[in-house]
Design a protein around this ligand. Structure first.
Ligand code: SAM
Ligand code: SF4
Length: 459
């Protein structure tokens, strides 16, 4: 067997893509290893969303090159491929900057990796950053479930062009996979042991996949039966026996339509936790970000979701220090956070991305101000998160066990609100939901003990 080392940077879409690339290379005789030092093929699956994420690639390449040189001295070879969004954005520049890189391939063409690796083995240096007419999903091996909780990519790309974001440039135009291909993949994942499916997409709630051709799908009738919305897809997925839980990420507030909100009320397998990035609480900043909604529109969606599913909890992304952000704009963000009460968050300092409209503005916010605002926002959000987690002590919570814990006899699972929970439990409970009584909190996880026999079908 040849050795394959894969490093994944960034989002869950990249985690999904990395798994597909490893599967793609397995029939070529590549087996995954956990260290790059002796690998025959190294894939660095990159993220371009913020400057720091992109820079990490070049420092990792710097560390990798001595290993490649050492292998060459002993007559061996190491093919180095840069994949993902930095590959798409920087293309041939990467080959120029780092002589030891052999392949640069973008997120829409990585199904061509085996052919590119063959070329590199013959000494070629190759760049493939096309948006090919064929869909990579038709050319990838069928994914197998290795985990109780599996990812399933249903939508890619973005047409929204938020003024700070590179995704529309690196991932290309929005594309939804056809319903039948999603359902097939979901059924296979469940057959192979997955009990939870996380539907993925850069804008997953903009999903509009082609309906299956057969008319036997129940919800498909009516004027819009040519395409299914995400709500419709979720209801169909929820019918799969032995699939216990469904989640989806990441959503855009503008695409949070009434049907999807209703699905939170009528589909019990859809978990009561939603990551819904808002970025800012200031209408002026939201407009300049080209987000297409106001802070009150966001509050209204949250209110509707809480009506549909009273126990739902929210997480969000925030950007501080967007160009021109004033103290009053930032105070509006803090105000929105207080109003909503989030249970999880990702807060970022604005990072100018080359080629995006906001990057060329001349009213960039000073770094010290960004740091100070980030700290204030994080303080507030951490307080909310801890309050939420503390409220579980003494409560009973259904936990889907996903993996063995660090300590002997321990399993780790997740609550419906995605909190990791650990407890003493037998490995037979992996992939099953059991009722736990929560005894304490540790940083961001909960600890508990089993109080009930596991139910195969309870969520
Ligand atoms: N499509 C999702 C949405 O619109 O809500 C977000 C996907 S984006 C890959 C993930 C997050 O990265 C965004 O929600 C945003 O908070 C953050 N982000 C994107 N561009 C950024 C930038 N230039 N600087 C800082 N954060 C950024
Ligand atoms: Fe980026 Fe905006 Fe598209 Fe999200 S909606 S991926 S933030 S451009």
């Amino acid at each position: 067997m040849k050795k394959l080392y894969v490093k994944t940077y960034g989002c869950q879409m990249n985690v999904y893509d990395s798994a597909r690339m490893a599967e793609l290379m397995a029939p070529q005789g590549y087996e995954a290893v956990s260290s790059p030092s002796d690998a025959d093929l190294v894939l660095l699956n990159t993220c371009h969303i913020r400057e720091k994420a992109a820079e990490k690639l070049f420092s990792d390449l710097g560390r990798l090159m001595p290993h490649k040189a050492r292998k060459a001295e002993t007559g061996g070879g190491m093919i180095v491929a840069v994949t993902g969004c930095v590959a798409q954005a920087a293309g041939a520049e990467i080959l120029k900057r780092v002589k030891g890189v052999d392949i640069v391939v973008g997120p829409q063409s990585y199904h061509r990796l085996p052919a590119l690796v063959d070329g590199a083995a013959r000494g070629e240096r190759l760049v493939d950053t096309e948006f090919p007419p064929e869909s990579k999903f038709d050319h990838l091996p069928k994914p197998g479930a290795q985990n109780v909780s599996a990812f399933l990519s249903v939508q890619e790309g973005c047409d929204k062009f938020c003024s700070f974001c590179v995704v529309p440039y690196t991932r290309g135009a929005e594309f939804s996979r056809p319903v039948s291909s999603v359902l097939d993949e979901a059924r296979r994942l469940v057959d192979e042991g997955a009990r939870e499916i996380n539907l993925l997409g850069q804008n997953v709630n903009a999903y509009h996949g082609a309906a299956p051709s057969s008319g036997a799908w129940g919800h498909g009738a009516g004027p819009d039966s040519g395409e299914w919305s995400l709500g419709h897809l979720i209801r169909e997925l929820a019918k799969i026996p032995n699939l216990l839980r469904l989640r989806y990420t990441t959503s855009h507030p503008k695409d949070m339509d009434a049907d999807l909100i209703a699905a939170h009320g009528d589909t019990e397998k859809l978990m009561p936790f939603l990551h819904l990035p808002v970025q800012s609480g200031s209408d002026r900043v939201l407009k300049e970000m080209n987000r297409g909604h106001t802070a009150d529109d966001y509050r209204h969606s949250i209110e509707q979701l809480r009506k549909a599913r009273p126990d739902i909890a929210f997480s969000s992304d925030f950007i501080v220090g967007f160009p021109g952000e004033t103290e009053a704009d930032f105070a509006a963000s803090l105000g929105l956070v207080r109003d909503i009460d989030f249970v999880q968050f990702y807060a970022f300092k604005y990072s100018p991305r080359p080629g995006t409209p906001a990057a060329s503005r001349d009213d960039q916010v000073q770094e010290e101000i960004k740091n100070e605002r980030l700290a204030r926002l994080q303080d507030l959000l951490v307080t909310q998160q801890h309050r939420f987690n503390r409220s579980f002590v003494g409560r009973k919570v259904p936990v889907l066990f996903e993996k063995l814990g660090r300590h002997e006899g321990q399993l780790i699972g997740r609550s419906p609100w995605i909190q990791p929970v650990h407890a003493a439990a037998s490995p037979e409970l992996l992939g099953r939901v059991a009722m736990l009584s929560i005894t304490g909190i540790e940083r961001n996880s909960l600890a508990g003990f089993l109080v009930d026999h596991p139910g195969e079908h309870a969520a």
